[in-house]
Every structure is written in structure tokens, then in C-alpha cells.
Design a protein around this ligand. Structure first.
Ligand SMILES: Cc1cc2nc3c(=O)[nH]c(=O)nc-3n(C[C@H](O)[C@H](O)[C@H](O)COP(=O)(O)O)c2cc1C
Length: 402
């Protein structure tokens, strides 16, 4: 048996040979990945490829290398320009940066880097935020012990919910409308996040109403140069309507369990896959078991080029997120009006959802989810649709008096 040090020597030699082969290879051209940003965190300079998720602490050598490969260049040129470093240390670092996806080799680019062109106009601000915050592992609140929560509140008391100007003139306002005054007012006050449901099936008509009233096209307008653009019940920045919606049908009468895409222009569903959805949906919602009895979950995605094509500045990313919020509120109000139990969540397993929907997660990505179930029968005054940990309290504006 070979000794450890001789095995280590052999490994080092073969690594060196690999590095040399890599540099001498006629076609080896390298470039810094377009998805790398750097920033200071905890007093360390970090290079972060937000598409692959890799972060490394920067060193002077890796900084020089990443700077050098701003365009396609050969490692041999780098060795010449960094003559104060040994060729083997430079090559070792180049090999490491390639393996870590901070450098890419021509012809062997990240399979998704082509689609990233759709984000070029919004990079790095919006793309960094979007991709670096995907697939976050959530710690369900219930897993945080009361003790931990108490500690946290003691160390960091929560900020005040309301703001006052101490010296400002105080002007009382006329009263807010009462729920009994109209169906609209009642619906607005009645909307709640539900986390308990009865086990019944959602009628197909109600699913269709929810889809049509939230994501259906309600009309078109003719816009100079752009032609006909769609309108929906929610506003959309520039009427670009980047949102698409997919239904995870769990318990819908007359609809097989599975995943569907809604075509808002013609009010139809397209079946993407037929499959048991209960456990899958729980995984989509990062394990939130309290939504397991929902009848349908609506996965909201955005097709970014619809907006970036027109608005070539990163602030436009905000409008995509805001649009999703508008759609979700319309959904929740519609569900409330239909006597259903709506909810919304942004704790999602993005990549799992995107893979099941067959979308690339770059030009189209999931943002938000809403869902609906049949209302659980309330257990009297104390019943709170939001879950057992919440207790209803009267509102001093009188808005929720029934
Ligand atoms: C952007 C957003 C994300 C949310 N994410 C979750 C979530 O992940 N899980 C959940 O149970 N509720 C979620 N909610 C629901 C809120 O917890 C709920 O709106 C809040 O407790 C207030 O209750 P209400 O909706 O009944 O007024 C989310 C709401 C919003 C607007």
C-alpha cells in the first residue's frame, strides 16, 4: 500500500497536469460569469454567483483573475500578465473559480446563462435580488419554541404598528361604512387568511369564477404602436400583465387532481399533468401543513420579458411584484365574496414548482401563491379563521362591526 504522503504527491502531480492540460488546450477560453456580484458582508469581501448560489470569500489573487476575465481570454495570457505569481498557483485558482462557477469556459457555459439575457437590462440590482432570494429554506413559525420567541422579543422588541406626529393638529374623520351597508363593504371587511378548511370539494363553477374574475381578460385597449393590450380586474404597470397562473387542483368537482395552466384570454384550462397533488402541494408551500385541506392552490408566475422588453431599468422589477400583490388581493376578495376560505403565501419551493410547471425559472419564475378551501365551520365567537394561535379582538374604528 502506498503511503499517504506519496498518494498526496501523486494527486498533486495529476492535479497540476490537469491544470496544465486545461491551459494548453487550444480552445480553452474563459470569462467571468455575468451573474457574479461582490459585496462586503461581516467584514469580508464576497464574490457571489447569484444564479448558481455559490459565494466565496475574495482573495487578492481571485480578484485579479476575475477582473482579467472580463471578456473571453486564455489562461496562458493570464499567466503572462500575473508574472509575480507562480504559474501553478494561478492555475490552481483558475481551476477553482471554474469549478465554483465564477469563471465559465467557452462552450461549457451554465446551461441557463443564455436565458439570463432576459435580465440584462435589470442587472445586477433586480436579478441579484430575485435569484439570490429563491428557494429560501423556511423555518415554520410553529417550530420556533415559545421560549425562543420570548427571548427574541426581549432582545429585539417589535417596532410599533402605528405612527403618530406628536405636534400635528388632530382631525377626526367621518365614520367608516358598516359591513351591513353593502355587499362590497361586507366582502372587504370579511376577507381573512384562512388556515382551517372543511374537507368538501370546490365546485368547478367557483374555481372558474375565481380564475375569470382574477386572471381573466376583461377587455382590451388599443395602444399607439403596441396594438391591442389586455386589461384585467387588477391594475398592471404599463398594462404589461406579466402574470400567469397555474392551478394545483386538489379537490375540485369535475376536475382531475393535477396541475393546470389558465388561459386568461379564452377562459380555459390546459392540463399539464394529472397526479396526486396533496403532498406535492405541501412541498410547494414549503411544508405548510395547515394548507393541506385546501381545495385548490393558484401558483402565480411572472414572464419577465413582457416588462423588461418595454422598461429597460431595474425599478420595473418592482412593478412585477406589485402586480402579483394586486392579483392576490383581487383573488382573496373574490373568494370571500364567494363564501370561500382564501389564503396567500410566499413561502414557496420555487425550483420544485418551476420544474413541475416546465418553466425555466429565469424568463418565467414563480413569485407568489394563493389558495382556497371550503370554510371550516366556525366554533362560535372565538373562532379565528387564521388559526388557533390567533384570537379575534374588536377594532376601535368600528370597521369590523357586523
Ligand atoms: C406577501 C404575503 C406573504 C404571506 N405569507 C404567508 C405564509 O407564508 N404563510 C401563512 O400562513 N400566511 C402568509 N401570509 C398571510 C399573513 O400571515 C396574513 O395576511 C396576516 O396574518 C394577516 O391576517 P389576515 O390576512 O387575516 O388579515 C402572507 C401574506 C402576505 C401578504
Amino acid at each position: 500500500m502506498r503511503s499517504t504522503s506519496s498518494a498526496q504527491k501523486t494527486a498533486a502531480v495529476s492535479r497540476k497536469k490537469r491544470n496544465l492540460r486545461f491551459v494548453r488546450s487550444r480552445n480553452a477560453q474563459l470569462r467571468r460569469s455575468a451573474n457574479v456580484v461582490c459585496y462586503w458582508k461581516d467584514n469580508q469581501l464576497i464574490y457571489h454567483n447569484y444564479l448558481s448560489g455559490v459565494r466565496i470569500a475574495a482573495s487578492p489573487l481571485c480578484t485579479l483573475i476575475l477582473d482579467f476575465f472580463g471578456r473571453w481570454r486564455r489562461p496562458a495570457e493570464l499567466i503572462k500578465s500575473l508574472s509575480r505569481f507562480s504559474a501553478s498557483s494561478v492555475l490552481r485558482e483558475v481551476g477553482r473559480l471554474c469549478r465554483l462557477s465564477l469563471l465559465e469556459e467557452r462552450g461549457k457555459e451554465h446551461p441557463r446563462s443564455g436565458s439570463m439575457r432576459a435580465w440584462a437590462a435589470w442587472s445586477p440590482e433586480a436579478s441579484f435580488f430575485h435569484f439570490a432570494t429563491k428557494d429560501v429554506k423556511y423555518r415554520l413559525e410553529s417550530e420556533m419554541s415559545r421560549h425562543e420567541l420570548k427571548q427574541e422579543i426581549r432582545v429585539h422588541p417589535q417596532p410599533a404598528f402605528f405612527k403618530r406626529y406628536r405636534d400635528a393638529a388632530d382631525m377626526p374623520l367621518p365614520p367608516v361604512p358598516q359591513a351591513r351597508e353593502s355587499e362590497f363593504v361586507r366582502t372587504v371587511y370579511e376577507r381573512r387568511t384562512w388556515r382551517e378548511f372543511s374537507r368538501g370539494q370546490l365546485p368547478l363553477e367557483k374555481l372558474a369564477q375565481l380564475l375569470g374574475m382574477t386572471w381573466g381578460v376583461t377587455g382590451y385597449v388599443e395602444v399607439d404602436l403596441l396594438g391591442r393590450v389586455p386589461l384585467k380586474t387588477s391594475p398592471s404597470g404599463g398594462a404589461r400583465h406579466p402574470g400567469e397562473v397555474y392551478v394545483a387542483a386538489l379537490k375540485v368537482q369535475g376536475l382531475r387532481e393535477g396541475l393546470y395552466h389558465y388561459c386568461g384570454d379564452v377562459h380555459r384550462l390546459e392540463r399539464i399533468r394529472e397526479a396526486p397533488m396533496r403532498r406535492r402541494t405541501q412541498a410547494y408551500l414549503s411544508g405548510q401543513w395547515w394548507y393541506a385541506d385546501a381545495a385548490a392552490v393558484f401558483l402565480m408566475t411572472a414572464v419577465f420579458p413582457r416588462n423588461s422588453w418595454k422598461y429597460g431599468y431595474s425599478r420595473a422589477y418592482r412593478s412585477v411584484l406589485l402586480d402579483a400583490g394586486h392579483l392576490c388581493q383581487t383573488f382573496c376578495l373574490t373568494a370571500t365574496w364567494l363564501g370561500l376560505a382564501p389564503f396567500c403565501t410566499m413561502a414557496l419551493s420555487d425550483s420544485l414548482i418551476e420544474s413541475d410547471l416546465g418553466i425555466d425559472g429565469i424568463t418565467e419564475s414563480v413569485l407568489y401563491a394563493a389558495g382556497v378551501g371550503l370554510r371550516a365551520r366556525g366554533g362560535g365567537e372565538e373562532f379565528c379563521p387564521g388559526g388557533r394561535e390567533m384570537k379575534p379582538v374588536k377594532c376601535s374604528t368600528g370597521a369590523n362591526d357586523r
